[in-house]
Design a protein around this ligand. Sequence first.
Ligand code: AMP
Length: 172
Amino acid sequence: MPESLKKIIRDVPDFPKKGILFKDITTLLKDPIAFQTTVDLMSHRYIGKHVDVVVGIEARGFIVGAALAYKLGAGVILVRKPGKLPHKTHKASYKLEYGEDSLEIHQDAIIPGQKVLIADDVLATGGTVSAVIHLIEKMGGEIVECAFLSEIEALNGRNKIKNHPVFSLIKF
Ligand code: AMP
């Protein structure tokens, strides 16, 4: 595991709620070498895997997802908070480490049979990515893997998605 990348992610205690240790990746993103290394290491894993589209989860997943898609020559699909996408959507609700929320995807975003890589910054409890998996499978997408910049192992997010391959670059 790239220790230099792990060290550059900032811990913010009690954000956005008391008791949550927030993994702030903005300190990694603003560092040119760290960001480039992160994208290179993550994307390398999927070269030759014929990924058609990368689904980025709002909001930090857009940054990771778009960079991966560019490297892989894939398209980018946005999974967004309710009310943000302009066209017809499918919606899924889920529990978060710090609350409850819903996510939406455009109904025509995925063509059945497309190979989909899911991208986000942090795997915590796995609730968010479970909802995204549900949306993608409902639309006929084939999930190649769920790729995370980092993972909080103590929260056991992998257990919630154990039928799908998961990769995380940095483990806390
Ligand atoms: P979860 O559904 O619990 O796996 O939470 C994952 C989503 O919430 C990701 O989109 C993360 O950006 C965000 N998130 C949850 N917990 C944290 C945390 N401790 N630090 C940073 N982001 C988090």
